[in-house]
Design a protein around this ligand. Structure first.
Ligand code: N01
Length: 549
């Protein structure tokens, strides 16, 4: 009997269990596309989503200034010619409101909401060996069961607050960038504090500075930021982009991170210092990640090459910040350019030339506590009307840790991954049958222009489920050998990159989360084309490395 035919759907009541062929956790872009594929294949699927709407990242991260740093026209889904025809991008790097509208447009277009249960956070997912299925329980009560469990919970979806005492004492407004409220927030005439200067902080600070009464930025580690250079897309440009979609997506497909910026094949030492400087200047003036990803091939692997690039960015920062002492504080000292995720900015450094903006280096004067009226920092009391926490996420494995996943024999995923992730292809874990982890740890999607890799992940999983149905198979699980080999390979792919020698969310370090103080490696750094090829070979060989029954 086919999996679809086996499904018995029952309505949710407190006493009944909903039954599906597949449960998808999360209605961000990966959950939405996975739902569509499952539905098109005739599976009975249900998505459970913690938020009140679709969009994932673009639903939650409504902070001012949030926007793409992938070119909009490379970010949209490619699977539907109709969507490509009907949706116009208005800016080369589109902002959060428009990005959320895009997600809602997809949900409307494919009538996705009827198969999504919103405002329902998954609390636990336990494998039932006897029934050969997963049971999922919700924080709001109720249960659901399915043969397949597909996680679409995002790599950056578990916001973390700093471990500063007194956070609850503050009487003013306070927001985390990743949990931004749905109502408008005004900064006019207010004294605002921002803690954190990662990509979210940099975008938020730049936008808030435009209207704020007074802004104080509390910076622990400065980041290397380079210009985004966003601009509007006029209708004729959009028509041209539309006519070239095939070419654009083909170009992304061949690129390491599925972007349109391909590393220059030359080493930085192949050219004279003058030519190198001119090339850096050209890339600095090019929109998007060109300066990071389209640079000489050795700048992210060779220390001397990286030092030359870093020296160039230092000059740019000094030229843009009026006060040399403030410029000094904004220049990172403990890592080279591009070895942490580069925030792309639109006037970030110039913010510190405003008389109503103050930068506090909390490595010199640590934040002691949050008070009723503000912050006590280095013995000094600061009063604020609003505190904004741009303090990031428990990245990649954090969303998994927040759900009690238990596999065969009650094994806890949290415990299995205590020293870092162990997966096969970043898509399955030995001991966790029929659980597929879209954009999971050790998957090429982490370093990817995400929808490009989401499409690959979802299509791999969908083909796998189709294959199993065709062959009358009901269970799949990575072999321990395949998992060990993949995990070792993942570490190997990272070993040549300078970024694996630096603390950041990419190396699993988050000082706000117990047990996240030591570096591990969370992503696959072999590049999306190699990853896709590997997945294709595995599928062609009857899903080699998996035990199917
Ligand atoms: O988070 P982060 P994020 N006291 O972890 C500081 C994606 N993204 O939300 O570095 C004081 O980068 C922390 O300091 P330190 C993108 O992939 C994309 O900004 O730990 N400070 C750091 O400065 C990005 O990389 C876009 O010393 C504390 C900051 O908070 C990822 O999301 C836009 C602290 C956290 O930075 C995460 O970015 C935004 C404490 N106790 C985000 N704890 C796009 O453009 C933390 N910090 C698409």
């Amino acid at each position: 009997m086919s999996i679809a035919a086996e499904a018995v759907r029952t309505r949710e009541t407190p006493d009944t269990v909903e039954r599906w062929d597949a449960i998808v956790i999360g209605a961000g872009l990966s959950g939405m596309y996975q739902l569509l594929k499952l539905r098109q294949m005739g599976f009975k699927a249900r998505v459970y989503e913690a938020g009140g709407g679709v969009g994932g990242t673009w639903y939650w991260n409504r902070y001012p200034g949030a926007r793409f740093d992938s070119e909009s026209w490379t970010y949209g889904f490619s699977f539907s010619p109709e969507v490509l025809k009907e949706w116009d991008w208005k800016e080369h790097f589109s902002g959060q409101p428009e990005n959320l509208r895009y997600c809602e447009f997809l949900a409307d277009k494919f009538d996705l909401r009827r198969d999504i249960t919103f405002n329902t956070r998954v609390k636990a997912a336990h494998w039932d060996e006897a029934a050969n299925e997963w049971e999922v329980t919700f924080e709001t009560g109720g249960r659901a069961r399915a043969r397949f469990l597909i996680t679409a919970i995002g790599p950056l979806s578990s916001p973390t607050m700093p471990t500063i005492p007194g956070i609850e004492d503050f009487k003013g407004e306070s927001w985390h960038t990743g949990l931004w409220p749905h109502h408008p927030v005004s900064f006019a005439g207010k004294r605002v504090a921002v803690i954190g200067t990662g990509a979210s902080g940099v975008q938020a600070i730049t936008e808030i500075a435009k209207t704020v009464g007074h802004l104080t930025v509390f910076q622990r580690t400065p980041n290397w930021c380079t210009p985004l250079r966003n601009s509007k897309i006029e209708p004729e440009t959009m028509a041209d982009i539309r006519s070239r979609y095939d070419e654009i997506f083909a170009q992304c497909r061949e690129n390491w991170g599925c972007f349109v910026h391909t590393a220059d094949p030359r080493h930085s030492t192949d050219v004279t210092p003058e030519e190198r400087e001119a090339f850096f200047e050209k890339l600095y003036n090019t929109p998007g990640f060109a300066f990071w990803q389209g640079n000489f091939r050795d700048v992210l692997m060779d220390q001397a090459a990286n030092d030359a690039l870093t020296a160039f960015v230092i000059k740019k920062i000094r030229a843009r910040v009026n006060d040399p002492k403030i410029a000094d504080k904004l220049i990172p000292r403990n890592h080279g350019y591009g070895t942490r995720r580069v925030p792309l900015e639109s006037g970030y450094f110039e913010v510190y030339n405003q008389p109503n903006v103050k930068l506090v280096d909390i490595r010199e004067t640590p934040i002691e506590r949050v008070t009723e009226k503000g912050l006590r920092v280095g013995g000094e009391d600061y009063e604020f009307d609003m505190i904004i926490y741009a303090t990031g996420f428990d990245a990649i494995t954090g969303a998994f840790d927040r759900i009690d996943f238990q596999g065969r024999g009650g094994e806890k995923l949290r415990a299995k991954w205590a020293d870092g992730p162990h997966t096969y292809l970043g898509l399955n874990v030995a001991g966790f049958p029929n659980m597929l982890t879209l954009v999971g740890p050790h998957n090429a999607a982490t370093f990817c222009n995400l929808p490009r890799c989401i499409e690959q992940n979802v299509e791999f999983v969908s083909d796998l489920l189709g294959y199993m149905r065709d062959k009358g198979l009901t269970r799949i699980e990575a072999t321990p050998e395949a998992e060990t080999a993949w995990t070792a390979h993942v570490y190997d792919t990272g070993s040549r990159l300078l970024l694996t020698k630096v603390d950041s969310w990419m190396t699993g370090v988050n000082k706000n989360v117990p047990g996240r103080l030591n570096r591990t490696f969370m992503a696959y750094a072999g590049g999306a084309p190699k990853y896709r090829q590997k997945c294709e070979e595995i599928a062609a060989n009857g899903y080699e490395g998996f035990k199917l029954s």
